[in-house]
Design a protein around this ligand. Structure first.
Ligand code: NAD
Length: 482
């Protein structure tokens, strides 16, 4: 069992009230972690600890780079501990947490490289003897709120670029993985970033609304980033707007794969199965909708059902398991209810669907129609729907008939045709002949529509976590009209 503390001002802290909450293992039902249930005063203390250490922003960029690189190496070195802890808290497979550590460490390396890329510009001015500059500066304290489903990646992503830009940070850990998120704090602290540069707050699930509102409202918090559902993202956006704080929102998805009639079906099936079922479909980029040309749909569904049968879900360390458990029994029940609703409205269910506690087998829901909840709702489960269309135009229209717009994919042997389709799909990310699930630290990651706004990763994220200032120097006499 993991006994978790908060990280505030470089110190291991219990809640000021002494209260704790427990995270139970979704398969065994045993206690995986016990963590402090922060009070509002603890939330304030974490922000104030972050605000009290401007020394981080004053460090030479190459020094910030060196410390972030050290953190990346430390993260890699602790991969075993992250995997063990992740499997206990959220019950995905070891390879998922291993990949999490690999990508999160690379996010730290990529952020480290950015410390010397935060440049400005000299702007032509009409004012004689005047030098006009655009200068990027750190904003202050950045609040990061991360979910449990890719716990190491998303917890690290919430902090890496804000830190590279010279800000200090508060991570509000997910209630489902407090120990993994706290370990990210330890990695950064042990890499010598400095007391108060990184703070981690843990809270009981029932306290989340009040703690989050308090953190956003604190005057020292200057930027917010949130990764989670579209429902909570709207709440975060409203708090941020009330306090006039820019927010980066990475929200839900319902990624489509458009399979055109000239696609390599075997390649499409491999990509769809991976995208739909890896990590039990609990990835914001998970393939939730296959939109297939009618002429190839039956063959595609047959191959996908064969593939799905090979992907057995079980407890993560059970023999023969390819997929692990879902985050909770409640999540599996919700997904099963969505499948039952579709069946009730005439869908054909292929493959697994069998449910035991938090374990759900890969499920293909064919002949999905508008009347079914699964047409529009994110399942966040190993469930993929299939819709049939008669043209590229109809495929694009169906793909865009969604509140979400995060990831998408197009399969076709004709690259120009695929590119023309990809350009019309409303999503932040689109892969041609690749799975909807794919991320690299240096890429601009983010969505459109109900999937949020702002970009993590790449130089684009510098703008998210710096203030752009106009600074001038008068180098000669100035003329005034009065
Ligand atoms: P969630 O939105 O339910 O919860 C996220 C966090 O929000 C929680 O840990 C909680 O502390 C906080 N919260 C809950 N209720 C709140 C309230 N009323 N006010 C303020 N804060 C509140 O999301 P989740 O279940 O943890 O994660 C799954 C969701 O995240 C899915 O929708 C998934 O698509 C999305 N996601 C998006 C990305 C991305 O990059 N776009 C990545 C991963 C996950």
């Amino acid at each position: 069992m993991n006994e978790v503390t908060m990280l505030i001002g470089g110190k291991d802290c219990p809640a000021s009230s002494g209260a704790t909450f427990e995270r139970t293992n979704p398969v065994t039902g045993g206690v995986a972690s016990r963590a402090p249930a922060a009070t509002l005063a603890d939330a304030d203390a974490a922000v104030e600890a972050a605000a009290a250490f401007p020394a981080w922003s004053a460090l030479r960029p190459t020094e910030r780079r060196a410390r972030l690189l050290k953190a990346a190496d430390l993260m890699d070195a602790r991969a075993g501990a992250f995997i063990e802890c992740g499997m206990a808290e959220t019950c995905a497979m070891a390879n998922w947490y291993g990949f999490n550590v690999h990508l999160a460490a690379n996010m730290l390396r990529e952020a480290a490289a950015m410390t010397t890329q935060i440049d400005g510009s000299v702007i032509p001015t009409d004012t004689p003897d005047n030098l006009a500059l655009a200068v990027r500066q750190p904003c202050g304290v950045v609040l990061g709120i991360a979910p449990w489903n890719a716990p190491v990646i998303l917890g690290t992503r919430a902090l890496a670029m804000p830190l590279a830009c010279g800000n200090t940070v508060v991570l509000k850990a997910s209630e489902a993985c407090p120990a993994v998120h706290r370990m990210i704090g330890s990695v950064l602290h042990d890499a010598g970033l400095g007391d108060g540069v990184v703070n981690v707050v843990t809270n009981a699930p029932a306290d989340a609304p009040a703690i989050v509102e308090r953190l956003i409202a604190h005057p020292a918090v200057r930027r917010v980033n949130f990764t989670g559902s579209t429902h909570v993202g709207r709440i975060i956006a409203m708090h941020a707007a009330k306090h006039l704080k820019p927010a980066l929102l990475e929200l839900g998805g319902k990624a489509p794969v458009l399979v055109l009639d000239d696609a390599d079906l075997d390649a499409a099936v491999e990509a769809i199965a991976f995208g739909a079922f890896f990590n039990q479909g609990q990835i914001c980029m998970s393939t939730e909708r296959v939109i297939a040309h009618r002429s190839v749909a039956d063959a595609l569904v047959g191959k996908l059902a064969d593939k799905g049968r090979q992907l057995v879900a079980d407890a993560p360390n059970a023999r023969g398991a390819v997929l692990g458990a879902m985050v909770s029994e409640a999540a599996a029940r919700r997904a099963t209810a969505l499948v039952d609703d579709a069946r009730g409205h005439g869908a054909t269910i292929l493959g697994g669907g069998a449910l035991s506690g938090a374990i759900m087998q890969p499920t293909i829901v064919d002949h999905v129609s508008l009347a079914m909840k699964l047409y529009a709702e994110e399942s966040f489960a190993p469930v993929v729907t299939v819709l049939r269309v008669d043209s590229d135009d109809e495929a694009v229209q169906v793909a865009n008939d969604s509140e979400f717009g995060l990831s998408a994919a197009v399969f076709s042997r004709d690259i120009a045709r695929a590119m023309n389709v990809a350009k019309r799909v409303e999503s932040g990310i689109c892969y041609i002949n690749g799975p909807t699930v794919h991320d690299e630290a240096q890429m601009p990651f983010g969505g459109v529509k109900g999937s949020g706004y702002g970009r993590f990763g790449s130089k684009a994220s510098i703008a998210e976590f710096t203030d752009l200032r106009w600074i001038t120097i008068q180098t000669g006499p100035r003329h005034y009209p009065i």
